[in-house]
Design a protein around this ligand. Sequence first.
Ligand SMILES: Nc1ncnc2c1ncn2[C@@H]1O[C@H](COP(=O)(O)OP(=O)(O)OP(=O)(O)O)[C@@H](O)[C@H]1O
Ligand SMILES: [Mg+2]
Length: 292
Amino acid sequence: MPFDVPRRKTIHLRRGLHFAATMAPVLMSDLALSIRGVKKRFGDHVVLDGADLDVERGQTCVVLGQSGSGKTVLLKILIGLLPADEGVVEIDGEPVIHGDDARLAELRKKLGILFQAGALFDSLSVRDNIAFPLRERTKLSEKEIAQKVERALSLVRLAGHGHKFPGELSGGMQKRAAFARAVVLEPKFLLLDEPTAGLDPTTTELITDELVAVKTTLGSTTLAITYNLQSAFRMADTIALLHQGRIVAHGPPNTFKRDPHPAVQRFLKDWNEREDAAAAAPAQRVTSAPGP
Ligand SMILES: Nc1ncnc2c1ncn2[C@@H]1O[C@H](COP(=O)(O)OP(=O)(O)OP(=O)(O)O)[C@@H](O)[C@H]1O
Ligand SMILES: [Mg+2]
């Protein structure tokens, strides 16, 4: 963690206002993503109630939470798709301000985003979907783009399916294509909403391993939302739990596992019980074929 380099110190006020001033060397951590005091409600429904989460550069943080706990809302606020009612979010030291479209467009060039629903363009083939960010944001030749796209397709075991349209793929295949599109630019920041949900165990493992590989080779900072504890423990440097609008525990996997917060222990217990039940009744377990 760099401690000694003189750098801009940014002082934040509510709703993203900030002042910058050159400060003498100060003790600062190297935060890549920062979420501070974020509150969000829809009508009377309080979804986020002062969520705080920091992710250091090059680290993978996995956010766990029950369905409906606000994980996707938190991610949308982080990338400026939704406004927070209160609080400040930063990516790479830059405040993310909802509505500042020009700045958000610049910021998003550094991000590889996988939305929960995949969000592929229906009118483009899988190959053109994956090529899309390369064409939009790089000056690579069509030949170079084609090579990268083919590599990304094989990575997610979709080689031979590039000519198809999203509507012709299974849900799991769409997810894998969307993952390929999120990583094809080798982004500095990867923000993944349920990268393995709905996938069979083999593909889940494959995508989890790819996430670890991307992090190792690119040094990307990753925020991944998942319900899958096994893949969380496999990929995470830190694990956080979102519960009742706040991050109630956050730490390295082994520390997280022992966190005494009742919500953490309940989450672990529920997961283990489900896994035990699934192992005890293999014939009833619903699995999809491990890929085409
Ligand atoms: N645009 C919106 N308008 C109103 N309510 C919303 C909106 N977006 C989300 N919500 C509500 O906020 C709550 C949290 O939603 P969110 O999608 O963040 O949950 P989640 O933790 O991602 O759940 P899951 O694991 O099922 O994806 C839900 O009750 C949802 O209905
Ligand atoms: Mg969600």
